[in-house]
Design a protein around this ligand. Sequence first.
Ligand code: GLN
Length: 311
Amino acid sequence: RSLPDLQAVVSEIAAEMKARPDRGKVADYIPDLARADASAFGMAVITGDGEVALGGDAETPFSIQSISKVFTLTLALGMAGDRLWNRVGREPSGSAFNSIVQLESERGIPRNPFINAGAIAVTDLILSGHQPREALGEILRFMQFLADDGSIKIDKAVAASEKRTGFRNVALANYMKSFGIIENPVENTLGVYFHHCAIAMSCRQLAMAGRFLAHSGINPATGHRVIQAQRARRINAVMLTCGHYDGSGEFAYRVGLPGKSGVGGGILAVIPGTASIAVWSPGLDDSGNSHLGRIALEALTRRLGASIFGD
Ligand code: GLN
């Protein structure tokens, strides 16, 4: 399916978002994230036939944070297959991204791979049998490969900042370890987790990396299969139901696309069969999702008639 006037629509939305006074609140519980420029807005849409539409600050790198969890899930499914689902569920949590409450009643098994507890369990699975440095290298190289861009880096200052202040994640990891869900030393698992959350990418790079999810597991530029079609479909399903934490229902209602947010203000979304999209605006709403990012995606799907639920 083609998207007529795509660049015009993206430029229009970027200009509208730049002009809005309501910007949400930049995350500061990880001190280094508070350095982000609240007035930034970027958007990139990449279609299956290679059209690239960029708007606003689409080339500025930002901290991808929880968006990395889509890619660690993809890698972990490749390594462990469906065994992964013994360690982590796939139901929406209806709770905050860093919530600990459900772990007690569910024997330490996190509700889904996108809340912090679930993503830490997925990272632990990738780490098993490897040195932390190797596991992290594997994750970073996977991102570079998918985005076809060897310049993508980890922002070490952001990782160190989260390591100093990530007490809640330390608690989640230790709590899961008490149930045997975490196999490796907690500090190793968290070291890898903090660093993959601190990968810095632009909207363009992120939209490039997400192409395989929009195209049944295949990179449309090369024809190379990244994962099985069924797996891509299922990752998209988990993004739709769990990708925005307790804001997932609202995101599906307003935007109508599978999407994954991060507290750096980024969102990766896909129009299945058509396009991969990344937006970035650092100000967050009460659920920790990008405020203008969601509004911009809502405008995009409305103007393109691209919601998966119909036009
Ligand atoms: N690294 C962040 C954390 O663990 C990721 C959270 C997010 O992006 N929602 O708190």
